[in-house]
Design a binder for this molecule. Structure first.
Ligand SMILES: C[S@@+](CC[C@H](N)C(=O)[O-])C[C@H]1O[C@@H](n2cnc3c(N)ncnc32)[C@H](O)[C@@H]1O
Length: 216
């Protein structure tokens, strides 16, 4: 059964607890240097005022990196308010930046449906938690609704050889072909690669990273 179909399970609470119970540096998805994502962002060659959307950002160090690199228009989302509180605590000295935080559910979106003209959608280790077809459809419907024509999408999820669970939850493992199928023919693959992420515990986690561009 799908994670998000288990109605008696409170996912918001699950993720809030994950961020409340341990320092972010100990989380099984913490990256001190999100270099794989950064390499794909650089490939987009976007202006610094492009509108970037980080889906399920958690307390990622990517936001600090983007701000330091001069990006000035970033929307940060997560289902867990505790994650975004943690993230805010890590960000200092960025007063002139347009940084928006949206606590909302990617597969049951409310605030997120109001977004538009996103230049770049970034997802690392979020989509793979949506194990049911209808959740995946809702996720991609939202993505396609808010992404600009010619906008870019970065998807980085556990690959087909990768772990079957994360944070105690089942995951859906991905290949580039599966991303393409979900995105549809309007999206062109720009680059993809496999990447082994090493958790703080020392265990490897196999990801597939991809960058697509919407062609209309
Ligand atoms: C494995 S963590 C990855 C966090 C971040 N992307 C990173 O790379 O560090 C998964 C994140 O997805 C968030 N998340 C899970 N389900 C979500 C949903 N339905 N809507 C929005 N965020 C969600 C969790 O709260 C968590 O922060």
């Amino acid at each position: 059964m799908s994670n998000y179909e288990l109605n008696d399970f409170d996912y918001e609470k699950h993720w809030n607890n994950a961020y409340l119970k341990s320092p972010i540096q100990n989380l099984g998805w913490y990256e001190e240097n999100p270099s794989a994502t950064i390499s794909l962002i650089e490939k987009c060659n976007l202006p610094k005022d492009a509108l970037l959307f980080n889906a399920g950002a958690g307390a990622t160090s990517l936001i600090e990196y983007l701000l330091n690199d001069g990006y000035s228009n970033i929307i940060v989302n997560d289902i867990a308010s505790a994650a975004l509180t943690e993230l805010k605590n890590t960000l200092t000295n960025h007063h002139n930046t347009k940084l928006e935080f949206i606590v909302d559910d990617l597969v049951n979106p409310k605030e997120l449906t109001k977004l538009k003209n996103i230049d770049l959608w970034i997802d690392r280790a979020v989509l793979h938690f949506f194990t049911d077809d209808s959740e995946q459809k809702k996720y991609f419907d939202l993505l396609k609704k808010v992404l600009k024509p010619n906008g870019y999408v970065i998807l980085a999820e556990f690959n087909l050889e990768g772990a079957k669970k994360c944070s105690g939850l089942d995951v859906c493992n991905y290949s580039v072909e599966m991303f393409q199928e979900r995105l549809g023919d309007d999206f062109k693959l720009i680059k993809s690669f496999d990447f082994t992420y090493i958790q703080p515990s020392g265990n490897p986690r196999e990801f597939v990273y991809s960058l697509f561009q919407r062609m209309l």
